[in-house]
Design a protein around this ligand. Structure first.
Ligand code: ZN
Length: 203
């Protein structure tokens, strides 16, 4: 699965969903108190298993290997991964059509209901507002969007993907390709809707 982390990044790069050094992925295996995450600033086209950084999750926070430079979005990954005992991969990319659709004012949850190719397989969560990249606010807001923690009091992942306005998406799967497929499905319908020329509210 560490190989899949690099493969997903290469595929995302080919699709134009990231520029060379963008995006990040984490992977936490079942019942483990550690996760693997992609390095910061690394060219994602040459990302391989030996580049992944293994981070130990502790009750108070986490321990980094000395000299390591993990993704700047580490706090978002830790927040989403910390409470899970099943194998999970979190994939953060900048898929063009999803970001464009949000920018144009589309409600992705409403949009997904109209397209069974998405609604049958992918649960789309509410869009996170514009927040600074690599900030704790973005990590908190993404966690809230995925779990609805403030109303349910549980930290279970309720959605497979949420968009982050003006920035990207965070998708969750049982492996990196599974998370990638959620992004692919949603990006596809966003591309269709944008190509239709319709605007939000027009029917
Ligand atoms: Zn990003």
């Amino acid at each position: 699965m560490l190989t899949a982390m690099g493969d997903v990044m290469r595929s995302a790069y080919k699709k134009g969903w990231i520029t060379t050094r963008d995006g990040n992925i984490s992977l936490k295996m079942k019942d483990k108190d550690s996760l693997y995450i992609t390095p910061s600033g690394w060219r994602k086209t040459i990302l391989h298993p030996e580049h992944m950084i293994k981070i130990k999750i502790t009750p108070a926070g986490y321990n980094l290997p000395p000299g390591s430079n993990p993704s700047g979005e580490l706090s978002m990954h830790l927040k989403l991964q910390r409470y899970h005992d099943k194998t999970r991969s979190i994939v953060h990319l900048h898929p063009t059509h999803i970001i464009a659709a949000v920018y144009a004012g589309w409600d992705l949850q409403e949009l997904a209901k109209e397209f069974p190719e998405v609604s049958r397989y992918t649960k789309v969560g509410p869009t996170v507002p514009v927040l600074p990249v690599v900030s704790y606010e973005l990590a908190e807001a993404t966690f809230e969007a995925v779990t609805q923690w403030s109303t349910t009091g549980t930290n279970t992942h309720k959605f497979d993907i949420v968009a982050q306005a003006g920035h990207g998406v965070c998708a969750i799967g049982k492996n990196p390709w599974d998370a990638y497929e959620h992004i692919e499905r949603l990006d596809h319908i966003c591309e269709i809707v944008l190509m239709s020329g319709k605007r939000p509210g027009e029917r």
